[in-house]
Write a protein that binds this ligand. Structure first.
Ligand code: PAF
Length: 279
């Protein structure tokens, strides 16, 4: 496994045999089974697999957890090696954002609701760093988790709008046995918050069950999710949504593919979860 913080080394490795397909798994490290499921999918579908580990500062607001975001480079590299990854790109901030850097990628609509409403600068940071990673690695395919549902919508749009020659693959959410979606931020939950945090998945299941029983009124579905979450006192809702799955605009009636999603605080820890229905 080649590990490098140099763009030049990535380019040389990628170009050594242009006939080979490459899968890219972009990450911010602190790798868990969710990330490894993306690596395994990339491993199965490509001749070579690259991963990147970069805690991208431009997608964190000044008030967010950049300084305390979990980091474990040695552990991450051991996990990637065990999965048979060929190349790991671990750039420094100076490599990605050298002095004079001033170009950003902005999407005008799909970045605005949901996560974007709470985190107005987040997706500009994500879109910019993902565009840079695509240009540096030039992967055949790139792998993202459904856990960050809006991010997948943003990146699909980015690939289409800027004509990146990359096939996007979205892999399912990986959950703990009790339903909690895997996230690097779960590590922040204390012993009271951790069991309560299963309420995100329970709310999604309750909403799905209502839909399957014939409920089509989206406000009623949102109410079911809010009520389920409100029954767990440590949980504080930031948003609960039932939105059209591609444009991410809230719907009144559930008639097409619909993304149920939410962001919920447990103390200072902000968790997100989602489920596609009527897909
Ligand atoms: O999903 C993430 O971990 C990040 O947003 C990504 C795609 C690696 C960009 O920094």
């Amino acid at each position: 496994m080649i590990t490098t913080d140099q763009i030049q080394t990535v380019r040389q490795t990628r170009r050594a045999d242009p006939t080979l397909s490459w899968g890219l798994v972009p990450t911010m490290g602190a790798l868990h089974e969710g990330h490894l499921s993306l690596v395994r999918c990339a491993r199965a579908q490509n001749d070579r697999v690259a991963a990147s580990i970069f805690v991208n500062p431009t997608q964190f607001a000044p008030t967010e957890d950049l300084a305390t975001y979990p980091r474990d480079l040695a552990g991450d590299l051991a996990k990637l090696k065990a999965e048979g990854v060929d190349l790991v790109f671990t750039p420094t901030e100076a490599v990605m954002y050298p002095p004079g850097f001033q170009t950003t990628v902005t999407l005008s609509q799909v970045t605005k609701p949901l996560e974007g409403a709470a985190r107005p600068t987040h997706f500009q940071g994500v879109a910019t760093v993902v565009a840079k990673l695509f240009n540096i690695v030039q992967p055949t395919r790139a792998y993202f988790g459904q856990k960050d549902a809006q991010q997948t919508v943003v990146i699909r749009r980015l690939i289409h709008d800027l004509n990146f020659n990359v096939e996007m693959v979205v892999c399912p959410i990986v959950r703990e046995a009790d339903g909690l979606a895997l996230s690097s931020r779960n590590a922040y939950l204390d012993e009271n918050q951790r069991p309560a945090a299963t309420v995100l998945h329970r709310a999604l299941l309750a909403a799905k069950a209502a839909f399957e029983a014939g409920e089509r009124d989206a406000e009623q579905v949102r109410r079911i999710m809010r009520q389920t979450i409100a029954a767990e006192p440590p949980a504080r809702i930031e948003y609960v949504s039932a939105a059209e799955a591609a444009a991410l605009v809230e719907v009144q009636q559930i008639s097409g593919p619909t993304l149920l999603s939410m962001a919920v605080f447990f103390g200072k820890t902000r968790l997100i979860d989602n489920m596609l229905i009527n897909d």
